[in-house]
Design a protein around this ligand. Structure first.
Ligand SMILES: [Zn+2]
Ligand SMILES: [Zn+2]
Length: 359
């Protein structure tokens, strides 16, 4: 069984990769384009050739030799140049550091590890870099030299493993609400507070609530570049990963389920609460949410990760590789913040002074 897989151009023998502009495989040397469906046939043929049964358990060694004391890294041999490619044991797509060819490790995405869906990259590296420049524009509190001194260290197009949960929820929510109105008859001020018990009940369906199944990706960073358009997801094919990085999951769907449930509960409460309007206050006193057993699918979603360095500190940004939504932390200039709040204070003071002058 071959350890790694590379897509070669049948015209010139060059390494081909997925091109997000044409949404096809494209040879960077002779510009020939290949439909993803054509590739599917090729992948299947390849699978058939490699269908020898593996009797000997020691053969698993061939799946990439584990190196490093803790077994967290694996080594593969690049078919094109024979160079050694070293990667995390969860990595399934990378490029050879010697010849630059895209390398895919099929066993990371086969059998139980095979994703159901993939959203192909729609935006490329240049668009990600442009988004970073736009992100820095107009940020008043950014230190003066950040834009000029900050250097892009790395830009990675990464397919991140996600679990997508479908479920139905039925919920009952009861709230204590009030309405207040005041009036005056000239002598007295009256305030009347009316108390209400408001209840809401019903069913709600959730479709593809995502939770990332990769330990190294920060959950909050991943959640902040949502939503993805799942209508554009296609059945998984390894070819989409050629030219990008991809990780298989290292957190199971059971491990990620509590986060999905939490998100569904929060959204259910929000959805029901948003239908209660016209009250001065509204406090939930009882919520009963029952999530029904649903289905789970495994998907790879496209994310550009950009890291930059400024004065020895690293900053990470992420962009949704499908929609372009961009997030990331920026340094904060304390001196500037003080100047700005000082300005606000001064303006308030002036207005007060003017009002006093008028009286
Ligand atoms: Zn070619
Ligand atoms: Zn190579």
């Amino acid at each position: 069984m071959s350890e790694v897989m590379e897509y070669k151009c049948p015209c010139c023998g060059g390494a081909i990769a997925f091109d997000s502009h044409v949404q096809k495989m494209k040879c960077p040397y002779c510009d020939t384009e290949f439909e993803m469906d054509t590739l599917k046939e090729f992948e299947q043929e390849n699978m058939e050739q490699d269908h020898d049964p593996q009797w000997d358990a020691s053969q698993t060694e061939q799946d990439g030799e584990q190196i490093g004391g803790d077994g967290s890294m694996s080594a593969y041999i690049c078919e094109a140049c024979g160079g050694e490619v070293i990667a995390d044991t969860t990595a399934g797509a990378m490029s050879c550091p010697y010849c630059g060819n895209p390398v895919i490790v099929p066993k990371q995405f086969e059998g139980m590890l095979k994703p159901d869906l993939i959203i192909p990259f729609k935006l490329d590296r240049k668009q990600a870099e442009q988004k970073l420049r736009d992100h820095l524009k107009g940020k008043v509190l950014l230190p003066k030299y950040f834009k000029t001194e900050n250097r892009i260290k790395e830009v990675k197009g990464l397919y991140v493993p996600f679990w997508l949960y479908d479920s139905d929820a039925s919920a009952e929510i009861r709230c204590r609400a009030t309405r207040v109105h005041s009036w005056s008859d000239g002598d007295y001020e009256y305030t009347e507070t009316e108390h209400f018990l408001v209840s809401r009940g019903g069913d709600l369906g959730f479709d593809k609530v995502p939770v990332d199944g990769s330990e190294k990706m920060a959950n909050d960073l991943m959640e902040s570049i949502e939503p993805f358009r799942y209508g554009e997801a296609v059945p998984f094919q390894k070819g989409y990963m050629a030219g990008y990085l991809a990780d298989r999951y290292d957190q199971s769907s059971e491990e990620c389920a509590p986060r999905a449930n939490e998100r569904m509960r929060e959204s259910t409460v929000q959805a029901f609460m948003s239908t209660i309007q016209g009250y001065a206050t509204c406090v939930p006193e009882h919520t009963d949410i029952r999530l029904k057993k649903g289905t789970i699918s495994y998907a790879l979603l496209p994310i550009w990760v950009l890291s930059t360095k400024y004065r020895d500190k690293s900053y990470t940004f992420a962009m949704n590789g499908q929609t372009g939504k961009f997030v990331g932390d920026l340094p904060f200039d304390k001196g500037k913040a003080v100047q700005i709040s000082g300005g606000v204070f001064l303006a308030v003071f002036l207005i007060t002074f003017l009002l006093a002058g008028l009286l």
